[in-house]
Design a protein around this ligand. Structure first.
Ligand code: DP6
Length: 660
């Protein structure tokens, strides 16, 4: 029965991919690929989404290029053959036996081209033994470099055949899917012995790819499965994997993304039973599923290497990424399927939050958002906003924040975007934003939000603005947002310009004590206006802030941490005193905030630890200290039953596009 069902399914698979309009596209694709190979100088990593191992036994697979993980090779003629690469450097003749496939490949290609000996330099950011097709990608890059050295370029088929030959030497039994995938610009379906078929559909969702850091030998994995194929159970697992791949391809083709995750989970079950998973991969898969993935499985040979997880929203993708980062799985890739493979215009940017050490409180020009006094902040690495702008299928503009449709913020977002559309009402956009901080804790999320939105919009609308131009727009979203454009210590000056200042400490920490998660009673925009209009102390505060700004710059340039801290605390307390002189008075600090501040000051006097506090338009208290004080401060917080600080390092990236 099972066999019959599979045959039926396979027939529909062939019909769908080889006989229909997609099939007729193969010739055009082939030509396109030949042109592409002429101009391309690198090969990509690949991901097998579905069908690893069963593909060796004649079942279909779906694979895709991981274009951010690349291999590039350059060949120049030399006396003898040499290889310069991250994994081996020296004469080709002394290459270790485990790399003998490369030796054979270089020799054979050289011979066939009648090319003199070469020194080949390989550069790559694609890990080896991670199931991402490194051996195929390396082979592809080498062949292209040798052809280029001869002044010719290989046809697509020549290149694929060379890679395939080398793969067979390296892995024993090999299906050919890697050879096809590392050369592909698109998602493809693959059946052993046939040409790969580019797969086109309106892709949706995200893939999160993470490396276990454990070397997975494809050769060993293929051998394990070969042995399993001698048993009934093993055959059934391969059969089941084959059926799952067919259903999967069919479902993706129909846009039924709800089933993608469960099908991946089922495939993982069979791969596990076949014995090609690994305890660390299992741990990662569980972590991904717990963090919001709809499905997760190993990819490639297994026994280590990478795991892929499917997320259907940006919020889930970021939650998965953060969970992995927290658990120490540092090497990962994010793949926006719609952007990468559906040719939908998409831009994604991230920006850090920032906490001011010298506060901004008032605009001298409301339209241009120019401040009455300069301010100075630290961008923090832990909390950020990630914003994605994508062309939508309908004419309106939608805005989602942390996975939830946000009507209230929409007008402000739309108005902000008109700065990128020459004043025209933006349309046909789907905007999604994720704040990684505790959203309700008043952690200046509008700063990171408008900064990320500005950078994403600059890319999406292709406005190519300079930093100054971008800053002039960003501050119109929110004044403090302009400082989130830059990393480290950032000054925002009265003329509106921003600059990064040299930060002479590499061990700074900012701890956030969340005193109250409620939304602030009065927003900063209103509050600063009210203060400017009604406080008799306002102009004295401006004068003092200007002085403190210059002193702070000096303290930073001298690397004087105690002065930096003292100035920050003094400046923050002065702001809160100023707010109390407004009519009616504005109070952000609660009794608990004041108790925490007093206790920090007393701990400092007693020499318990060296930390300084700063507070913004809310009751939460931030402490600035050096790394080594962390434990002492946590103990102090525990002893006094104060909230334990949430720690953050200083951000080193600033606002950037996510794929940069
Ligand atoms: C207390 O930047 O939120 O955090 O420009 O009106 O949007 P608008 O105000 P906003 O004010 C931030 C005030 C502050 C101090 C600071 O970050 O400098």
């Amino acid at each position: 029965m099972g066999v019959l069902r599979r045959q039926e399914k396979e027939i529909s698979f062939f019909q769908m991919h080889l006989a229909g309009p997609i099939g007729n596209g193969i010739m055009r694709e082939e030509q396109k690929r030949n042109e592409m190979i002429d101009s391309k100088t690198c090969t990509y990593g690949k991901i097998i989404w579905m069908g690893e191992h069963s593909v060796v036994y004649g079942h279909p697979a779906m694979a895709l290029p991981l274009r951010t993980a690349k291999v590039h090779a350059e060949a120049v003629s030399s006396e003898t053959d040499r290889l310069i690469s991250p994994f081996y450097e020296g004469p080709l003749e002394s290459i270790p036996t485990r790399l003998s496939a490369l030796f054979d490949l270089i020799h054979q290609v050289r011979q066939s081209l009648d090319l003199s000996p070469q020194t080949i330099t390989l550069t790559m950011n694609l890990p080896i033994g991670a199931g991402l097709g490194a051996s195929a990608a390396i082979a592809g890059a080498l062949v292209q470099a040798l052809y280029r050295a001869k002044g010719v370029s290989p046809s697509y088929l020549e290149l694929r055949n060379w890679i395939q030959t080398s793969e067979t030497i390296a892995h024993g039994r090999s299906s050919g899917v890697d050879a096809a995938a590392v050369l592909s610009d698109t998602v493809l379906t693959y059946l052993k012995g046939r040409d790969p078929v580019p797969f086109q559909t309106r892709f949706n969702g995200y893939l999160f790819v993470a490396d276990s850091g454990i070397f997975g030998s494809t050769k060993d994995a293929v051998e394990i499965v070969r042995k399993q194929m001698e048993t009934e159970a093993g055959k059934n697992h391969i059969e089941a994997l084959g059926n799952l791949a067919i259903t999967f391809i069919d479902q993706v083709n129909k846009g039924m993304y709800d089933t993608v995750g469960p099908l991946m989970n089922q495939a993982q079950h069979h791969l596990r039973e076949l014995g090609v998973s690994h305890p660390v991969l299992e741990e990662m898969i569980e972590l991904a599923l717990r963090s919001g993935a709809k499905g997760a499985k190993l990819t490639g040979g297994g026994l280590g290497g990478c795991m892929i997880a499917y997320a259907d929203s940006l919020a889930d993708l970021i939650a998965i990424r953060d969970a992995f980062q927290e658990r120490g799985f540092q090497r990962h890739w994010l793949l926006d399927l719609e952007k990468e493979f559906a040719h939908v215009p998409v831009a994604i940017a991230r920006a850090p939050i920032n906490i001011a050490l010298i506060k901004y409180w008032g605009k001298r020009n409301e339209t241009e958002v120019l401040p009455t006094a300069p301010s100075l902040s630290l961008s923090l690495s832990r909390y950020e906003t990630i914003t994605r702008i994508a062309q939508s299928r309908n004419a309106g503009v939608s805005f989602r924040l942390n996975g939830i449709e946000e009507q209230a913020m929409l007008p402000r977002v739309k108005a902000f975007l008109t700065h990128f559309t020459q004043g025209e009402e933006p349309s046909g956009l789907s905007i999604e934003s994720v704040n990684t901080g505790p959203t309700a804790a008043g952690l200046a999320s509008s700063a990171s939000a408008f900064s990320a939105l500005a950078v994403a919009a600059n890319a999406y609308f292709q406005t190519n603005l300079t930093l100054d131009e971008l800053a002039a727009i960003t501050r119109k979203g929110s004044g403090s947002a302009v400082r989130s454009l830059l990393p480290g210590a950032v000054a925002w000056k009265e003329d509106g310009s921003i600059e990064t200042l040299k930060l002479p400490f590499d061990d700074l920490l900012m701890g956030i004590l969340i005193v109250d998660e409620k939304k602030k009673a009065i927003g900063s925009t209103e509050a600063m206006k009210q203060t400017m209009l009604s406080s008799p102390e306002y102009s004295a505060w401006v004068d003092r802030t200007r002085l403190q700004f210059h002193e702070m710059k000096r303290a930073l340039s001298h690397g004087d941490f105690e002065l930096v801290g003292a100035l920050a605390e003094e400046n923050a307390l002065a702001l809160h005193r100023l707010c109390e002189t407004a009519v009616p008075p504005i109070r952000y600090l609660s009794e608990r905030s004041n108790a925490i501040i007093a206790s920090i000051q007393s701990a400092r006097r007693q020499g318990l630890f060296l930390a300084y506090c700063t507070m913004d338009a809310g009751p939460n208290v931030k402490v600035l200290c050096k790394q080594h004080e962390k434990e002492a401060i946590e103990r102090w917080a525990e002893d006094h039953q104060f909230p334990i600080p949430v720690w953050s390092n200083i951000d080193r990236k600033g606002a950037t596009l996510l794929d940069e």
